[in-house]
Design a protein around this ligand. Structure first.
Ligand code: NDP
Ligand code: MG
Length: 438
């Protein structure tokens, strides 16, 4: 009894001190409008988690900042990065007061300085800036929200430093998943998925042991061309490809959703994140995007994670894991949704899906070629240089021409990546009479 009272009193005292410190911090911020030595002291007292966001100006990056804002003083923004949108980066720096900002496209450094004015923040430039951020000793969590394989060196650096990686940037996992996972494991780091399907699988997996998992079922909205035939997609426009029926995302992943390359990548992503053979990973079309993915256990039980199609929830879970806290994600009201529907994917119209299984079984540098050819082709499509159907044709062309090797070093992966990009460039930009991609 006596011990209970002492414990209760101690808890009240700790809570009161915590509240007073929070209040004091708010007061200081209001008065000074900037980070002070007192803030630093308070951060230490709170043992706040220091977060670096790679690609803070993108769709995931902007959502991540909203999530962190709502999480309160236990989560601090330590570093941010952009490629060229320095106006937004400077705005984010003024609001979130990181110690470092990086601009990966060095051409924008002068402009960034101008936008930052006299703000007390260290500036890093060039692709190396991203790696430097990922390696910063003070950083606890590296949230990777850069688009494409450009994020690979920084993600790898974070894994080698044993950081907690909250990984949205799926392309590095596609290209070098085995290496990333083994580096994180070797150096005591963790990789937590931000991709909604993989976050769902990660959550569902907690219902049993790894050995009890029978298969993974990745759901897919089906994108804007769900139900289309091979003929139908011949004439689709860029505008149609960018009009995703459910998710609001950056342009590259939106096109990837239209070709279903996004799901193809997610098959490979799941393979590495969950150490799962690809023949135990299935795709299921679910247009409402409410069931974010499912895990079937050996006893036949299927556990799914449901939620509104809102990236704030998986972003937050990757930051607060293993805790769950109240946040800003939209609440699910199933009675308003009504029906949830499911259908088999169409492997004929969306050739990216069978290709993903083939690539995953090929190993070596095939996945690097698969990804790089897609990145280069999507870039051409976004620039108006090729038709929608040419994207998959170019990927198939590169995979056919690629010399398969059994295992690939990091250097060989980069070489395969560069080769595939060049192959796409040559194929697209050769003389008009030859230009037909076949
Ligand atoms: P966006 O295009 O919206 O944002 C990309 C971010 O990366 C921006 O900050 C951009 O800077 C930066 N960036 C662009 N090019 C480079 C480069 N060469 N080097 C370094 N940084 C660069 O993408 P999303 O936020 O939609 O997607 C980010 C990643 O998350 C992708 O890998 C995607 O597959 C994955 N993902 C996204 C989801 C979503 O809902 N959006 C869902 C699940 C996964 P700047 O703004 O200056 O150009
Ligand atoms: Mg996804």
């Amino acid at each position: 009894m006596f011990l209970c009272i002492v414990f209760e009193q101690a808890s009240i005292l700790v809570l009161t001190v915590w509240w007073c410190l929070s209040y004091y911090r708010c007061l200081l911020e209001t008065i000074n409008g900037s980070i002070t030595e007192n803030d630093k002291l308070l951060e230490l007292i709170f043992v706040a988690k220091q977060i670096a966001i790679l690609g803070s100006t993108g769709s995931i990056g902007r959502n991540a900042l909203r999530v962190i804002d709502a999480l309160g003083p236990e989560y601090q923004v330590f570093a941010l990065s952009a490629h060229s949108n320095v106006e937004l980066l400077a705005e984010q720096a003024r609001r979130h007061k990181p110690r470092f900002v990086a601009v990966t496209n060095s051409e924008y450094i002068a402009q960034l300085r101008e936008f930052l004015g006299g703000l007390d923040v260290e500036i890093l430039a060039g692709p190396e800036g991203l790696t430097e951020i990922a390696e910063l000793e003070e950083v606890d969590i590296v949230l990777t929200a850069v688009v494409g394989a450009a994020g690979l060196p920084a993600v790898l650096a974070a894994a080698k430093c044993g950081k907690q990686l909250a990984i949205a940037n799926k392309e590095p996992l596609v290209v070098a998943g085995q290496l990333l996972v083994s580096e994180a494991k070797k150096n005591g780091g963790t990789i937590l998925p931000v991709d909604s399907e993989h976050s769902a699988i990660f959550q569902a997996m907690q219902s049993g042991t790894r050995e009890e998992v029978n298969k993974i079922i990745l759901t897919a909205s089906g994108g804007p061309f769900r139900g289309a035939t091979v003929e139908d997609i011949r004439n689709v426009t860029l505008e149609q490809a960018l009009a995703h029926p459910v998710w609001n995302m950056g342009p590259k992943i939106t096109v990837d959703s239209a070709t279903m390359m996004n799901k193809a990548f997610e098959i490979i992503e799941a393979r590495w994140l969950f150490d799962m053979p690809v023949d135990k990973i299935e795709v299921l079309i679910h247009p409402e995007s409410i069931v974010h993915s499912l895990v079937e256990f050996v006893d036949g039980s299927v556990i799914a994670q449901l939620g509104e199609p809102d990236m704030c929830l998986p972003i937050q879970y990757a930051l607060t894991y293993p805790q769950r806290v109240a946040g800003i994600s939209r609440r699910l009201r199933l009675e308003q949704i009504g029906n949830l529907t499911f259908e088999k994917p169409d492997f004929q119209t969306f050739r990216s899906l069978p290709l993903a299984y083939e690539v995953a079984r090929t190993d070596g540098a095939a996945a690097a070629v698969f990804n790089a050819a897609n990145e280069a082709a999507v870039e051409e499509f976004l620039a108006g240089g090729i038709e929608f159907v040419n994207i998959i044709e170019l990927i198939e062309h590169c995979l056919d021409k690629h010399n398969v090797i059994t295992s690939a070093s990091l250097e060989e992966l980069f070489e395969a990546d560069a080769w595939a990009r060049e192959e796409v460039r040559i194929k697209v930009h050769r003389s008009p009479t030859e230009k037909q991609v076949s």
